[in-house]
Design a protein around this ligand. Structure first.
Ligand code: Q9C
Ligand code: ZN
Length: 375
């Protein structure tokens, strides 16, 4: 279908809006438009805790290095972010959380310059009956206030890396809002566990929420956000839980046994105006690929009935059979099939990299999705 707004990728968006958003595709490019994060290596967490032991952090810079390497090898170019996500970040995150995160490393060093060689972990949290409205003066207490777990270590370059990743997500959404059929935000740290005012699960800024909000700000009336990471996207769900303009659908390990444990059950269907616009499809650890694809059909049916103008995919690859911390059974070929099924939704799509800890296979699995989609 021809529409003038999509033949000029840099035309002002008002043209698209006047003609109705998303009347057609910009054309099927053979390669996926990919935004990378030039600062991701500044976020290099050293350790996390696993059953009482300090172990190397699973969420490591090499993950994205593998994805970038595979993208290049298979002919996909990498583009630097060209959009400032700050205004959209302020729409999906709380101001005091952003202020904390932006200066957290300096606050850590202010305690003791020797902290430059150490990464901070929270050790106390304002759970039920405790107050989270008052910011303590103690840095580690503030770190707990703004964290959901002790599994999200911070490094010197964490803020810069997370911000550049959010910029990459906004850049990908901007191109799609301008008429591109699809774009991929290839970034780490991931984002879907980060809520409006907390970090967790290796996540600091919610890149997928930034992409969805960007699309809403630039002409899309309804955005569907599909999360296929093994872990429930608690942060994304909570950000959009009372909104009808962003449908959140997620396929994930049952939180009764799988991280993040305290959210992601099937009876969480949305609240207020958002009632009916949250779909959780938890599956038991050990679920087969066949059963996983049945859940994908359910999610796709809901997305189709929602009549979305655009799709954001929280693309975790940890449903892979070889993932070291997850227990689903998708093969590398299944990721191609996933991409093909998403293409059949017929929606302009922003893919945002989330988890996936079989680092050496991450490039193959991610690019399989993108090429299965028809990138
Ligand atoms: N030591 C994402 O996939 N901790 N986050 C696992 C292993 C939390 C995963 C425990 C896993 C979070 C984005
Ligand atoms: Zn995950």
């Amino acid at each position: 279908m021809f529409d003038p707004c999509i033949t000029h990728q840099f035309e002002p968006l008002r043209i698209c809006v006047r003609r109705g958003f998303f009347l057609g595709f910009a054309g099927y490019s053979a390669r996926m438009l990919t935004f990378h994060n030039p600062l991701h290596t500044g976020h290099a967490p050293a350790h996390e805790f696993f059953r009482g032991e300090r172990v190397p952090c699973f969420e490591m810079p090499a993950r994205v290095d593998y994805v970038e390497e595979t993208l290049r090898a298979r002919g996909h170019a990498l583009t630097a972010p060209d959009v400032d996500s700050a205004p959209v970040l302020a729409q999906v995150h709380a101001p005091r959380y952003l202020a904390f995160l932006q200066t957290a490393w300096q606050q850590w060093l202010a305690l003791d310059p020797a902290n430059a060689a150490v990464q901070p972990f929270p050790s106390v949290w304002p759970v039920r009956t405790l107050r989270s409205d008052v910011e303590p003066d103690n840095f580690v207490a503030r770190l707990g206030l703004y964290s959901m777990d002790n599994g999200t270590p911070m490094a010197a370059g964490t803020w810069a890396a997370a911000k550049a990743g959010a910029d990459a997500a906004a850049s990908a959404a901007a191109r799609v809002a301008q008429g591109a059929r699809a774009a991929f935000c290839c970034t780490r740290p991931p984002g879907h566990h980060a809520g409006a005012d907390f970090m967790g699960g290796y996540c600091f800024l919610n890149n997928a929420a930034v992409a969805a909000q960007w699309l809403r700000n630039h002409g899309a009336q309804r955005v569907a956000l599909l999360d296929v990471d093994y872990h429930h996207g608690n942060g994304t769900q909570s950000i959009f839980y009372d909104r009808a303009d962003v449908l959140f659908a997620s396929i994930h390990g049952d939180p009764r046994t799988e991280y993040p444990f305290y959210l992601g059950h099937a009876d969480e269907t949305g609240a207020g105006e958002g009632a009916g616009f949250n779909l959780n499809l938890p599956l038991p650890a050990g679920t087969s690929a066949a059963r996983w694809f049945e859940a994908l059909e359910q999610a796709c049916a809901r997305i189709a009935s929602y009549r979305a103008d655009a799709l954001v995919v929280s693309l975790g690859l940890d449903a892979f059979e070889g993932d070291p911390i997850s227990r689903f059974a998708l093969t590398s070929e299944d990721f191609t099939r996933l991409g093909g099924r998403l293409a059949r939704l017929g929606l302009r799509t922003v893919f945002v990299l989330e988890g996936g800890y079989a680092a050496a296979e991450l490039g193959t699995n991610a690019v399989n999705v993108l090429e299965g989609f028809g990138a």
